[in-house]
Design a protein around this ligand. Structure first.
Ligand SMILES: Cc1cc2nc3c(=O)[nH]c(=O)nc-3n(C[C@H](O)[C@H](O)[C@H](O)COP(=O)(O)O)c2cc1C
Length: 355
């Protein structure tokens, strides 16, 4: 069992990378035991091992190695047996992965087509708009007894940096947040910047702070609130017409669930607020039928970019999250996953001074 690092080094390149990736993400003591073996290996062997991995991995692994080897002996023994089993099985696992990768490559080429403009095809389709079918309301109903939270009118008093040049130049993805709470004024400003309504045409068309193909605005904003002064923790939805929040429900172990749903990215769970944008696809399909998919995804980028810039202007930070678990985020917001589902996530918090 002591030759585990040597056995991993003897694997083919791809096999080694996949196995090490698996071990670093594994639970039940496998990661700790594996890192413990590296810690106890001879220095030249450990160095050879680090060198055999893709660039940039060694920093993360060295960090894990420095924390490793705290398991009781019987647990460690079991973990070692499991690692050994995984080394034996890695050839077959990579073989299987190679097959599904071939299939995925063909699919990837097919998906390229969905990125292209398909407006010509729309000439052959009758949209629900053309049929005169009513589009849905601008904002969702809520139960009469729901808790409604008034938001202060968005204004410039929250700004720390009002030069647009600076905001654009300084914008970065931030993954470390201070423990400080956001104020209601700051939250109101961020909601306005991302989905706020500036003017209406009739009751069904709203012009907002972000553009949207055909002014369809197919998104809902959910907020997982963790640290906003004057707001209880829980899940809220933004009501853009009223510029208010409706409290939907509380979530037990919210931080943990957010981190898990964000594929282990713990800065999501540790943020003050997580913006969770869902789409109601029909809102765009109503006019654009086959073309809706592309327009919706183009639209979603505008929300997040405005959030980045608005955060920058008030001493907050955010990071776009595309790597998330669809089912877990839909479940967290109690969405059906068909007529409404999550498309983008962005945690927000105050900037840490050292950043
Ligand atoms: C669509 C999209 C998805 C992203 N998903 C993630 C993510 O899941 N996790 C993460 O840490 N960063 C994510 N990012 C942030 C990028 O890593 C980041 O924008 C990039 O590294 C450039 O850095 P900058 O934003 O600081 O300029 C995402 C960005 C975009 C635009």
């Amino acid at each position: 069992m002591s030759d585990i690092i040597k056995r991993i080094l003897a694997l083919k390149d791809t096999e080694r990378k996949i196995l090490v990736g698996d071990l670093l993400e594994s639970e039940k003591g496998l990661k700790e035991t594996f890192c413990g073996r590296i810690k106890n290996a001879d220095q030249p062997l450990a160095e050879e091992f680090y060198k055999s991995l893709p660039p940039g991995w060694d920093g993360y692994i060295k960090d894990e190695v420095s924390k490793a080897d705290t398991l009781p002996p019987e647990k460690k023994q079991k973990a070692l047996q499991e690692i050994s089993r995984q080394i034996e099985g890695i050839g077959a696992r990579v073989e299987k992965l190679e097959q599904s990768t071939l299939k995925a490559k063909k699919q990837t080429l097919k998906f390229r087509e969905t990125m292209k403009a398909g407006f010509v095809k729309l000439e052959k389709v009758i949209s629900d708009q053309t049929r005169g079918i009513e589009r849905g309301p601008l904002q969702k109903e809520y139960p009469k007894d729901a808790e409604i939270i008034e938001l202060p009118k968005p204004d410039r008093s929250v700004l720390k940096k009002s030069d647009i040049f600076d905001c654009i130049a300084d914008r970065v993805s931030r993954r470390k947040f201070a423990d400080d709470a956001l104020t209601m004024g700051e939250l109101s400003y961020l909601l306005w910047a991302t989905q706020g309504i500036k003017s209406m045409r009739g009751k069904l068309v709203a012009f907002r702070t972000v553009p949207s193909g055909g002014c369809m605005h197919p998104f809902e904003t959910y907020l997982a609130v963790n640290n906003v002064a004057g707001l209880k923790k829980g899940l809220y939805r933004y009501q853009p017409v009223d510029h208010k929040l409706v409290k939907l429900f509380t979530i037990g172990s919210m931080s943990k669930k957010l981190t898990k749903a964000a594929m282990g990215q713990d800065f999501v769970g540790n943020s003050a607020i997580t913006f969770i944008w869902s789409v109601v696809p029909y809102k765009t399909e109503w006019r654009y039928t086959l073309e809706a998919k592309k327009i919706i995804l183009q639209d979603s980028g505008h929300l997040c970019q405005n959030l980045y810039l608005a955060c920058e202007s008030i001493g907050c930070g955010t990071c776009a999250i595309g790597a998330y678990n669809q089912k877990l985020f839909d479940k967290l917001c109690q969405l059906d996953g068909r007529d409404e589902f999550v498309v983008y996530v962005a945690p927000v918090g105050k900037i840490v001074n050292s950043e």
